[in-house]
Design a protein around this ligand. Structure first.
Ligand code: M6R
Length: 366
């Protein structure tokens, strides 16, 4: 049932606007400037008194959690920690009865995420799961669950599960902000309206194909690739690198753009493609300076920029574009570009895109 697509992954990439619409349906009320998740079993007073939120997750779901830190801290003004579930398990984490633990998992069966959630629960935290698979173990064991409504994901490389996680994270940030009194209805309306606009905007972006074929043709025989992003696009750089590694077997590394000078700059020469996420946002100028630094060292630059940004075109070898959207929305649109980039490189190389070597869809052992 690939519906005419060459791979499940490509079908799932194209399905994202519809699945994000599903994730928002019945939950977002732009008029009220609020989100309704139905009964979640958390007392409103308890939500107001939260001392911190701790996310635990693995792989792509971990990057969704990292984006969540930016959005939730900004809108709900509560400290957010994000841990790899496999790391959290063997630390002695600081959890209290006023801690909300949020496991994020597509499958709801990932062994480390489940164990981390159980541990947080034993230490007194309340757990709210963000899961895709209905009635999965993580979904069942948590006090509350918000389903991502992405439908079954067949491709081992996660795509629609991730973007629906991001949609849920944005809604959750608004929900928390409204309950904690840190976000007024007017601001919430703006964010929710922008979220509502995502499926339409994303749909238009999915028609572009030629540029990815061009990149695949020119870059699929490289050995390594560096991805740079900053702010809420740093996790998206990491997710872009993960996608490329998983399906094309090209080594790729996601790095915080501001850290380039502290090491990875030594790698840059004419053979290293550098993917830089540089749309117009609060750190635009900062990331723009990375463009200049890479160019000065003859690096191959693939930039993701805001539509019509001619400044970036002066430096970059290839420019990929997203429309001019608010910062909260940029991860959602940028990651689609990262997915398509990885997909077309892998498809050009002829790898097994839906079943990459050595990988399993769900990692149920430690
Ligand atoms: O089912 P989960 O979201 O808990 O899975 C977590 C990771 O195993 C998963 O995201 C993995 O990294 C994917 N292959 C990414 O494409």
């Amino acid at each position: 049932e690939k519906q005419g697509y060459k791979h499940f992954m490509l079908k799932e990439i194209h399905e994202q606007p519809a699945r994000i619409t599903d994730a928002l349906r019945g939950r977002v009320s732009v008029d009220r400037g609020d989100v309704d998740f139905g009964e979640m079993g958390f007392d409103e007073e308890w939500i107001k008194g939260l001392d911190k939120i701790v996310f635990v997750a693995c792989g792509t779901s971990y990057y969704a959690a990292q984006v969540a830190k930016y959005t939730i801290e900004e809108l709900a003004r509560v400290p957010v920690e994000v841990d790899l579930a496999s790391e959290f398990r063997y630390r002695n984490p600081l959890i209290t009865e006023n801690t909300l633990c949020i496991p994020v998992s597509q499958s709801g069966e990932t062994a480390d995420t489940l164990a981390a959630m159980r541990q947080a629960s034993e230490l007194g935290a309340k757990c709210l799961a963000i899961c895709n698979v209905i009635e999965s173990t993580i979904a069942r064991e948590a006090e509350g669950v918000v389903y991502t409504q992405a439908g079954p994901e067949i491709g081992v490389a996660s795509t629609k599960a991730f973007t629906t996680q991001l949609a849920v994270v944005s809604m959750l940030a608004v929900w928390l902000g409204r309950r904690r009194g840190t976000l007024d209805a007017e601001e919430a309306r703006e964010i929710l309206q922008a979220l509502r606009d995502v499926p339409g905007t994303m749909d238009k972006m999915l028609h572009e194909k030629a540029i990815y074929k061009h990149i695949a043709y020119n870059y699929s025989d490289v050995n390594s690739c560096l991805y740079l992003g900053r702010g809420n696009l740093y996790p998206i750089a990491c997710e872009g690198a993960l996608k490329l590694k998983e399906i094309s077997y090209i080594h790729a590394e996601g790095y915080a753009a501001g850290e380039m000078k502290h090491g990875p700059i030594a790698l840059i020469d004419e053979n290293l493609p550098v993917v830089i996420l540089v749309p117009k946002n609060r750190v635009y100028e900062k990331v723009f300076s990375n463009l200049e630094e890479v160019k000065a060292r003859q690096g191959q630059l693939i930039a993701l920029a805001t539509e019509g940004d001619n400044g970036v075109r002066d430096f970059a070898d290839v420019v990929l574009e997203i429309p001019d959207v608010p910062e909260y929305i940029q991860p959602l649109l940028s990651v689609v570009v990262m997915q398509l980039l990885a997909y077309h490189v892998a498809d050009f190389k002829g790898t097994d895109v839906d079943q990459p070597r050595n990988l399993a869809k769900s990692v149920t052992v430690e």
